[in-house]
Write a protein that binds this ligand. Structure first.
Ligand SMILES: NC(=O)C1=CN([C@@H]2O[C@H](COP(=O)(O)OP(=O)(O)OC[C@H]3O[C@@H](n4cnc5c(N)ncnc54)[C@H](OP(=O)(O)O)[C@@H]3O)[C@@H](O)[C@H]2O)C=CC1
Ligand SMILES: CC(=O)C(=O)O
Ligand SMILES: [Mg+2]
Length: 521
């Protein structure tokens, strides 16, 4: 062990099996005029150890550890084991009335004492998920500039073009297994938050550890900064990102390509890249391109599809009928909407052996211009075209509901309060148990609240939402809403990909994940 506060080479870690010292950084082979990377593997102790979040245990350091690690005098005398530390911190967290304060307290803990952070998250997942994840992470991203203390994750901006491999090497961990990457253009339903979107990969990866069991050091949050079109941020003197409008076209594609190549070169073929909260004009293309060469999936398109399909199959026990007997209507025809629609059609096709083109016909989508119908075909983005069925034009959701008469209504537009009383009442007028999913995040963007769904349907709706709602009492009965969020699948899905040594993601894997999740709902 190195002496107090001094970093030294950890000879044990560097020693090869034959007793020699492995030249892990190629220093022996470097010539005089080549740059030598001055990296050492250091052992923290004393004051440095208390400031190393990976190893710090705070007051939980035992008497023996305090002696061994030069901690005497640096801590107050009391020894508080982790359980007691957890009790104290949960008590403190519950004192905060403002959710953002809880978020900041959790982030501080993550930067101070990683083990305790994960213990809290794992032991209190229901209570803390809304803090480190939706809805609070949305507010944190909106205010990221002003609550920014220490950088988290890796920022790759246009300034780093041509140097991305070097930037990856600046990250202190080598054995990365999963990367969650965003370019910040569609953060939840809050729009373009540019560089401030970093809260999303950070939050998602904390769930990879808490729910999927991956080591924190194997997880790398990345934000690609190509600018922002958010005028407010561009004018904000405290904005932490590039103050320019978003790069598009070739400039954007080249930066993303350099990133994807550097990732594979640095971490190998088995590193998982999860695309998160890209705008749909890039998301589908990136997925199509890199799913051929990398282990990638898009959480908003594929993760969401898998978890929602699992929820739908599970809810058939309550509403009856097979999947093929239901009619689906979506408000929102982007990543989440068309991703879910396609997986439902695929599953029905598998179950009934009917061609995909046929099974798509009972799935309808509404976008910002109204019902997606055949007469709009020419002007539709490619991912909407499969859903352009023969029907008269309809502009308003309520009219679409009345005309299509869906058994399942799914909100994925990112626009709050769009499932109005009239919409829910219409659903209830022709369904004994209308299935209503308000998937948009965060809570402010939810298509309706749990209370509205239960009240307006007179307690008949089967309801789930993207962000959590508390149980609702209606007519003396307690209704517990479900949560339909990709967080219920991506940590397990990613873990499965990593453990199996997969190098590509296939649709069958999504269906398998969905089947497994369904069995455990
Ligand atoms: N619960 C979960 O696990 C998940 C939830 N989501 C949530 O879903 C929402 C959408 O995400 P995503 O699909 O990626 O976003 P996209 O931007 O890809 O899609 C949004 C869609 O909504 C449509 N839309 C926008 N405004 C309206 C409106 N007023 N009326 C009707 N349609 C409208 C858009 O229409 P147009 O194409 O015409 O612009 C577009 O088709 C977000 O709030 C996100 O947080 C996303 C992923 C997972
Ligand atoms: C949950 C999620 O991924 C989203 O709202 O974008
Ligand atoms: Mg997302």
């Amino acid at each position: 062990m190195a002496s107090n506060g001094v970093s030294g080479l950890d000879m044990e870690k560097k020693s090869g099996g034959g007793g020699g010292v492995e030249d892990i950084y190629g220093e022996d082979s470097a010539t005089e005029d080549q740059l030598v990377t001055p990296r050492t593997v250091s052992v923290a102790s004393g004051y440095t150890l208390l400031r190393d979040p990976h190893h710090n245990k705070g007051l939980a350091f035992t008497e023996k550890e305090r002696d061994a690690h030069y901690l005497r005098g640096l801590l107050p005398p009391a020894v508080l084991n982790q359980d007691l530390q957890e009790k104290r911190l949960m008590h403190n967290l519950r004192q905060y009335k403002v959710p953002l304060q809880r978020y900041m307290a959790m982030m501080d803990l993550q930067e101070r004492n990683e083990r305790l952070f994960y213990k809290l998250l794992i032991d209190n997942v229901e209570e803390l998920l809304p803090v480190v994840y939706t809805p609070t992470v949305g507010e944190a991203c909106q205010k990221y500039g002003s609550i920014f203390r220490r950088p988290q994750g890796l920022y790759i901006s246009l300034k780093e073009k041509g140097k991305i491999l070097e930037v990856l090497k600046n990250w202190p961990e080598r054995s990365i297994q999963v990367i969650v990457v965003t370019d910040g253009e569609r953060i939840l339903g809050l729009g373009d938050l540019g560089c401030q979107g970093m809260g999303i990969p950070v939050g998602k990866l904390s769930l990879y550890t808490a729910l999927g069991g991956l080591r924190p050091s194997a997880c790398l949050p990345v934000t690609i900064d190509v600018g922002t079109n958010n005028e407010q941020l561009l004018k904000d003197e405290f904005y932490i990102g590039l103050k320019q409008r978003r790069a598009t076209g070739q400039e954007y594609a080249e930066l993303l390509h350099e990133f994807m190549c550097a990732v594979k070169q640095n971490y190998g073929e088995r590193v998982l890249v999860q695309f998160e909260d890209f705008a749909n004009h890039n998301a589908f293309e990136l997925l199509a391109k890199y799913s051929k060469t990398h282990l990638v999936f898009n959480d908003d398109i594929q993760g969401t599809a898998s978890v929602v399909l699992a929820g739908l199959i599970a809810s058939l026990k309550l509403v009856g009928g097979s999947l093929a007997e239901h009619t689906f209507l979506f408000l929102g025809a982007g990543e989440a909407g068309t991703g879910i629609a396609e997986l439902i059609a695929l599953e029905i096709s598998k179950q009934t052996k009917a061609p995909l083109e046929e099974t798509r016909k009972k799935i309808w989508l509404v976008d910002s211009k109204g019902l997606i119908v055949h007469s709009r075909m020419e002007s539709l983005q490619h991912f909407k075209k499969p859903w352009a069925h023969e029907h008269e034009s309809i502009r308003a959701l309520l009219d679409a509901v009345k005309s299509i008469k869906p058994t399942v209504l799914i909100g994925s537009s990112g626009v709050g309060k769009t499932f109005t009383k009239e919409v829910v009442e219409a659903m209830t007028s022709f369904n004994e148990k209308p299935l209503i999913l308000a998937l948009s995040n965060p809570t402010s963007q939810s298509e309706c609240t749990a209370e509205e769904a239960y009240t307006w349907s007179k307690g008949r709706a089967i309801f789930a939402s993207g962000s959590p709602f508390d149980p609702v009492e209606y007519n003396g009965k307690l209704f517990v809403p479900g949560q339909a969020n990709n967080a219920y699948i991506f940590p397990g899905f990613g873990l499965g990909l990593i453990m199996s040594g997969a190098i590509r993601v296939h649709e069958d894997m999504l269906l398998a994940a969905c089947e497994y999740t369904n069995q455990h709902i």
